[in-house]
Write a protein that binds this ligand. Structure first.
Ligand SMILES: [Zn+2]
Length: 393
C-alpha cells in the first residue's frame, strides 16, 4: 500500500525541468492533492472535515462525541522545487497507520484523525504554516486573507478560486477542541540520524527562528554609460549584507540564509533602483539569533516579518513515544513544522523523524530509503496504538 500511495502522489505538481515539486497553496496542483486526500479518506470510510482555514481532517471515529482524538499527519504542499518526502511522508504514514491499526483488529478507545495541513511551506504567500496558524489564530484572519502572492493575488482570492469559503477563516475552536494530541511524522531535514545510525528519532522541539526583510535603495541608471564612481548601486549593499550575515552566523554558532531577493527593475543592463532581500536566521540559542540580527541591522533598514521562539514539544508525550520506540534517540529540529504551531497553541504535540541518507531537504534530491519509510510507519503505528489503547476502560 505504501508504494501505491507514493506512486499516486509522485506526478502531482512535479516540474519536468528540475524533477522538483511545485505544490503551492490553492493552485491546481494543490487541488489535486486535496482531492487525492479526500479520496483516500473516503476509501477508508473516514469522515472528511475541512476546517475554517481549509485544512483537511480525516477522522476514524467521531471526535465531537468521543474525542478529543489522536491526530497524525502533516502537509502535502512544497517549497519551490521541493522534494517528495517533506510533508507527504507524514500524511501517507498517517493513512497507513489507520490501515495497520485496523489490520491488527484494534478498536481505538478514542478517535484517530489524519490531517493534511494546507500551505505549510508558505511558498506562495510568504507565511510558513499558514494553515495551522490560521486555525490557532496566531495568523489573524485579516492579515492572512490580505497576504499576496508574487502575481498580486490575495490569499482570499486564491482560496475562493480554490473553492474554499473565506467567510469563516479565523481561529477555529471547534477544530482545536477535537485534537487531544498531535504526532507529526516527518522526513529528517538534516544529518542527525545518519550519525546516530538509527532510522527513527523523536523530536525534542523546534529552534527559535525568524524572517527579516532588508531594503536597499539606489538609483536606476544605464549599465554602460554610468561611470563606476557615479553609481548608487543597492546590489552592492545587498551583497555586503549577505556576506556579513554568513560571517555573523559563524561567529554566533547559528545558521543564516539569504535565499530570496527582488530586484527592481531587474534588467541585465540596468543598475538596480532598489533591492529587497530576505534573511532567515535560526539556531538553538534565541539570544544568538537576536545578536546576529541586531548587528546586521546597524546602518541598514531591516524589518522583522516573523519570529517564533523556541518551541519544546510535550515532554510526557515525547517520552511515551521514545519508550514505545525502543528508546529512540532525540533530535531538535532546525525546521519549522505545523507541530510547532500547535505546540505553541498549547496542544500536546510530538514529532517523529525518519532518517534522510543525505540530509538534503527542500530540494529534488531529498530522499528516504523505502525501508526507513516503512519503519517510520511502524513507529507511528506503535505510538498511536499505545495512545489509543492506553485509554481503554
Ligand atoms: Zn514539512
Amino acid at each position: 500500500m505504501f508504494d501505491r500511495l507514493w506512486d499516486d502522489l509522485a506526478p502531482v505538481g512535479r516540474a519536468g525541468s528540475t524533477g522538483g515539486y511545485r505544490r503551492y497553496a490553492w493552485t491546481p496542483a494543490d487541488a489535486t492533492l486535496r482531492e487525492w486526500f479526500a479520496g483516500e479518506a473516503a476509501a477508508r470510510g473516514l469522515d472528511l472535515v475541512t476546517d475554517r482555514a481549509g485544512n483537511q481532517w480525516a477522522w476514524w471515529g467521531n471526535p465531537d462525541a468521543s474525542g478529543p482524538g489522536v491526530v497524525v499527519g502533516s502537509h502535502l504542499d512544497s517549497v519551490p522545487d521541493g522534494g517528495a518526502f517533506d510533508g507527504p511522508l507524514g500524511v501517507v504514514s498517517g493513512l497507513l497507520t489507520i490501515d495497520a491499526l485496523r489490520a491488527a483488529g484494534l478498536t481505538p478507545s478514542r478517535p484517530v484523525g489524519v490531517v493534511n495541513f494546507g500551505d505549510e511551506e508558505g511558498a506562495r504567500f510568504g507565511v510558513a504554516c499558514a494553515g495551522s496558524r490560521m486555525v490557532t489564530g496566531s495568523l489573524p484572519r485579516d492579515r492572512a486573507l490580505g497576504l499576496r502572492d508574487g502575481d498580486g493575488t490575495s490569499m482570499a482570492e486564491a482560496m475562493a478560486a480554490g473553492g474554499h469559503d473565506t467567510a469563516h477563516v479565523g481561529r477555529d475552536e471547534e477544530t482545536l477542541r477535537r485534537i487531544g494530541c498531535f504526532v507529526e511524522l516527518h522526513v529528517e531535514q538534516g544529518r542527525g540520524l545518519i550519525d546516530l545510525g538509527r532510522p527513527v528519532a523523536v523530536g525534542t522541539g523546534i529552534w527559535p527562528h525568524g524572517r527579516w526583510r532588508m531594503e536597499f535603495a539606489g538609483e536606476a541608471n544605464h549599465a554602460g554609460t554610468t561611470r563606476l564612481e557615479d553609481r548608487h548601486d543597492p546590489m552592492l549593499d545587498y551583497a555586503a549584507a549577505v556576506l556579513q550575515a554568513r560571517e555573523l552566523a559563524g561567529k554566533y554558532g547559528i545558521v543564516a540564509t539569504c535565499g530570496k531577493v527582488v530586484v527592481e527593475p531587474n534588467g541585465i543592463n540596468a543598475i538596480p533602483s532598489r533591492v529587497r532581500g530576505w534573511l532567515d536566521a535560526r539556531g538553538a540559542d534565541a539570544d544568538a539569533v537576536g545578536a546576529l540580527v541586531a548587528e546586521l541591522s546597524q546602518g541598514r533598514e531591516v524589518h522583522e516579518e516573523s519570529w517564533t521562539p523556541a518551541t519544546p514539544f510535550d515532554a510526557a508525550l515525547s517520552d511515551r513515544c521514545a519508550a514505545v520506540l525502543d528508546d529512540a534517540p532525540r533530535l531538535a529540529s532546525g525546521a519549522g513544522h505545523d507541530a510547532g504551531v500547535l505546540a505553541q497553541a498549547g496542544v500536546a504535540t510530538a514529532m517523529l523523524f525518519v532518517r534522510n541518507p543525505t540530509g538534503i531537504s527542500h530540494s529534488p534530491a531529498e530522499f528516504a530509503e523505502r525501508d526507513d519509510c516503512l519503519r517510520g510507519v511502524q513507529a507511528l503505528t506503535a505510538v498511536v496504538t499505545d495512545l489509543v489503547a492506553g485509554q481503554t476502560a
